[in-house]
Design a protein around this ligand. Structure first.
Ligand SMILES: [Zn+2]
Length: 160
C-alpha cells in the first residue's frame, strides 16, 4: 500500500474509533493527526526503509510484525492510566492500520510477517494497482462523511 493510501486509511479508522468511543472533538482531531502521522513515512512501520533499515528482516520485516503493536497495547493497558492513554492508542492505531493495509496490498513479499520477520501472509493485492487507486478516490469522500457524523452526531448529517 502506498503512503497516501496508508494515511487516508489511518484517518478513517481513527475517526471511526473516536466516534464509537464518544471521544471529545479535540481528542478525535488530535488522534486523527497522530494516527495519520504514524501510518506512513519515517514514523511508520516503513521506517525500515530509512532510519530503521538495520532491523531484522529488512523492509516489511520486524517493524511490520503485528506482535509489536500487540505487545505495546498490552503494556499501555497495564502501565498507562486510561485518561493519558488516548494519544498512545492513536499512535498504535496508525501503526496497526499500516500493517492491515500491507496485509491486503503488496506482493513482494506478500503481506506481513506472522512471526517476527518470517512466515509471511497477506492477500497480495497489487500495491498501487487499480483497487488501491480506486480507494484513494473513495476515501476522501468517505472521511468527509465520517467527520460530519462525528461533529453532528447524525448518520445523515445533511438531513439535520
Ligand atoms: Zn509498510
Amino acid at each position: 500500500m502506498d503512503g497516501s493510501t496508508h494515511r487516508l486509511f489511518a484517518a478513517s479508522v481513527s475517526i471511526a474509533t473516536s466516534t464509537a468511543s464518544g471521544a471529545p472533538l479535540w481528542q478525535a482531531a488530535a488522534s486523527a493527526v497522530i494516527a495519520t502521522a504514524s501510518s506512513a513515512g519515517w514514523t511508520s512501520p516503513d521506517s525500515d526503509q530509512s532510519w530503521l533499515d538495520w532491523v531484522p528482516g529488512g523492509h516489511r520485516g520486524l517493524t511490520h510484525w503485528w506482535g509489536l503493536p500487540a505487545l505495546l497495547s498490552v503494556a499501555v493497558l497495564i502501565y498507562v492510566p486510561p485518561e493519558a492513554a488516548w494519544a498512545l492508542w492513536a499512535l498504535l492505531l496508525g501503526w496497526g492500520s499500516h500493517l492491515l493495509g500491507d496485509f491486503v496490498f503488496g506482493e513482494r513479499p506478500p503481506g506481513i510477517p506472522m512471526a517476527p520477520w518470517w512466515a509471511y501472509a497477506g492477500l497480495g493485492l497489487n500495491s498501487g494497482g487499480l483497487v488501491e487507486r480506486g480507494l484513494r478516490w473513495i476515501f476522501p469522500v468517505f472521511i468527509l462523511w465520517q467527520a460530519l457524523v462525528l461533529i453532528t452526531g447524525e448518520l445523515v448529517p445533511w438531513s439535520a
